[in-house]
Design a protein around this ligand. Structure first.
Ligand code: SIN
Length: 304
């Protein structure tokens, strides 16, 4: 086993650095820059049962140390994904984690079922998108509804199931425990934090949907805190996301309890960020004489 190889819910990844959903598409654009199989894995843009146009523009805005998005789950639908995007990702030898979303628990289940016979590595159940009126975070901020959708998908899904949690829940550890009790194999967190900006001149919100999801370095300390709280609460692996931009951020997130990390907004500034993070973690493991990077997971020496 190499020093960066990690195991999450029975799936082996060559390193713990994954592309975060919605920031890497299906890898085609980044694939023009480098070999995308160098990443531990790719969480692809959310796929739904039917094609979706997403929200009207403007749906992206820059913020201090971050960005707001309100894309609204635009995608071509799961059948298109299976027929066109997955074959590309397979040819590129990427480990594929499919982020899925739906308006109802039945829709989530139907998408998961369509993926059963494919060779994807894992499903990431997106119950945390803050930019849609039905589904998404509406499921993820309430323990009972998060448990219900996880149960329904788990019953029909043959793939390892990672549930992506919302930082907009009052108690994210409670949601993590609820989905664990319904058979989730892992959790990933955090999705974006609901935010808003207003243009002074027009007095209009900068996003057409008024609010959107905040990501980037601004949310990193919130993400570290939430990963730490969830790590202490559940036994299943935790995958950390939220503002990771350097190998130091990745190592910090792992010390908080993350078995792997997702890199997202950082790639809009530097598309090579995940590769630099992988190299940085490898050098760090060598300097610290670690047999495997997993040795640092949850190793924070918290005060009593
Ligand atoms: C979006 O498509 O609006 C973002 C997806 C997400 O936050 O999960």
């Amino acid at each position: 086993m190499s020093e960066l190889q990690v195991n999450i819910a029975g799936v082996s990844f060559k390193n713990p650095v994954l592309a975060a959903s919605g920031t890497f598409g299906f890898g085609r654009e980044y694939g023009r820059l480098y070999d995308i199989s160098k990443l531990g894995g790719i969480c692809c843009k959310a796929v739904t049962l039917e094609e979706r146009q997403g929200n009207p523009p403007p749906r992206i805005a820059e913020t201090p140390s971050g960005m707001l998005n309100s894309v609204g789950l635009q995608n071509m639908g799961v059948d298109y994904f299976l027929g066109s995007e997955l074959p590309f990702m397979r040819r590129a030898k990427a480990a594929v984690i499919v982020n899925i979303a739906g308006r109802t628990a039945e829709e989530y289940r139907a998408v998961a079922e369509k993926l059963n016979d494919s060779d994807i590595a894992m499903i990431e159940l997106n119950i945390s998108c803050p930019n849609v009126k039905e589904g998404g975070a509406a499921f993820g901020v309430n323990a009972a509804s998060a448990a219900n959708v996880t149960r329904q998908v788990r019953r029909h899904c043959k793939k390892p199931l990672m549930v992506k949690l919302s930082p907009n829940a009052a108690n994210i550890a409670e949601i993590a425990a609820a989905v664990e009790s319904e058979g989730a194999d892992a959790v990933s967190l955090i999705n974006t934090i609901t935010g808003m900006r207003i243009d002074l001149k027009s007095r209009r919100p900068v996003l057409h949907t008024n609010t959107g999801g905040l990501s980037g370095p601004a949310v990193f300390p919130v993400a570290v805190r939430m990963v730490w709280e969830v790590y202490k609460r559940v036994k299943i692996p935790v995958v950390g996301a939220g503002g990771i931009a350097s190998w130091q951020d990745a190592a910090e997130m792992m010390m908080a309890g993350a078995s792997a990390v997702q890199v997202g907004s950082a790639m809009f500034l530097d598309p090579y960020a995940p590769l630099k993070i992988i190299d940085g973690l490898r050098d760090y493991a060598a300097r610290e004489k670690l047999q495997n990077i997993s040795e640092i997971v949850g190793s924070v020496k918290a005060y009593e």
